[in-house]
Design a protein around this ligand. Structure first.
Ligand SMILES: Nc1ncnc2c1ncn2[C@@H]1O[C@H](COP(=O)(O)OP(=O)(O)O)[C@@H](O)[C@H]1O
Ligand SMILES: [Mg+2]
Length: 308
């Protein structure tokens, strides 16, 4: 290592963890405790180490999908004001897989609604792929939401009496994509979530896990910048939850899709690469997952279940 890695911190002890797009290095200076710096990169580790000489900020600005500074959200209920977010700052880079955690009422959904362009902050700035979306009006927000964000909800939110394929085609229909391309892209998205052969099933002919996979395909089909999922395994049993996390991990690994997912379950959060914990409208903890679990490996250990 060259000795100009970080000003004042000349020695990198070790590359602590290098994980699909994520780099963490420990630095120490004689007589001091080691410190950890982490960054998110798209380069091979050797190139990263070389580039640290020139770029001490570690991260590349174009690589940021989300950049949020000092976000506040106050719900004004007349006599009472609820401070749901009290100064949240966070960056999420392309290819990250973030689990958002925290007790009920800590501000997770409020945060996700703003990140998903469903709501606007009371104060603070939010750049989505370098567009400042915090000041956009409702129509502009809706437009950016349709093009750049894929949503997955706890309750699947599929249209009943509508085939899996038609459910997945919906966002493309809104976007004005022609029918041939709609069909091809939706077939591929269903294939990507392991539902080839179920395209013409209605939601009530599919298991909960399969319905959630249709919802993931629908979130994917527009090639969004980010997939946001609020408690996507909340209505599923434990094996099915792992199956859904397996899909998320594969989309993240294979296509470098950025995922931000809310969960209150620690077991589920361990499939992500990074855990962000909210408390009372603030981020209390933000750390990389140590000993991340592979859902695919976990599924091999779990007893199989019969699917129809
Ligand atoms: N639309 C709303 N109007 C008023 N208060 C709200 C609204 N949405 C959420 N809150 C309040 O904001 C706080 C954070 O809620 P929320 O973001 O839903 O937390 P979480 O998703 O972590 O449970 C809570 O006190 C909640 O009651
Ligand atoms: Mg919530």
């Amino acid at each position: 290592m060259a000795n100009s890695v970080l000003p004042g911190w000349p020695v990198a002890l070790a590359a602590d963890s290098i994980d699909a797009g994520c780099l963490r290095l420990k630095f120490s200076r004689a007589g001091d405790h080691p410190v950890t710096r982490q960054g998110f990169v798209e380069m091979a580790p050797t190139e990263v180490l070389d580039s640290l000489d020139q770029d001490t900020s570690v991260t590349s600005p174009n690589n940021k999908v989300i950049r949020i500074e000092n976000l506040h959200k106050t719900y004004d209920l007349g006599e009472v004001k609820v401070h749901a977010l009290r100064g949240v700052s966070i960056e999420v880079h392309r290819g990250e897989f973030v689990a958002v955690m925290g007790a009920s009422g800590s501000g997770k959904s409020t945060f996700m609604n703003i990140v998903g362009c469903l709501d606007r902050p009371t104060q603070g700035t939010y750049w989505l792929e370098s567009v400042d979306v915090s000041t956009l009006n409702k129509d502009a927000l809706a437009d950016i939401r349709n093009r750049r964000i894929g949503f997955v909800f706890q309750g699947f939110n599929l249209l009943a009496r509508t085939t899996a394929l038609d459910n997945v085609e919906l966002p493309l229909l809104y976007a004005g994509t022609d029918s041939k391309e709609r069909h091809e892209r939706s077939m591929k998205a269903l294939h990507d979530v392991g539902l080839a052969g179920r395209e013409y099933h209605m939601p009530n002919q599919l298991s909960g896990g399969q319905q959630q996979r249709v919802a993931i395909a629908r979130a994917l089909v527009n090639e969004p910048s980010i997939i946001l999922a609020d408690e996507p395994t909340g209505n599923l049993d434990s094996r099915t939850s792992v199956e859904v996390m397996d899909i998320f991990q594969k989309l993240n690994d294979r296509y470098n899709i950025t995922i931000v997912l809310v969960t209150h379950e620690h077991d589920i959060a361990k499939y992500a690469k990074r855990n962000v914990v909210f408390k009372d409208g603030r981020i209390r903890d933000d750390s990389l997952v140590e000993g991340r679990i592979s859902a695919e490996e976990e599924l091999k250990r779990l007893p199989p279940v019969e699917e129809d």
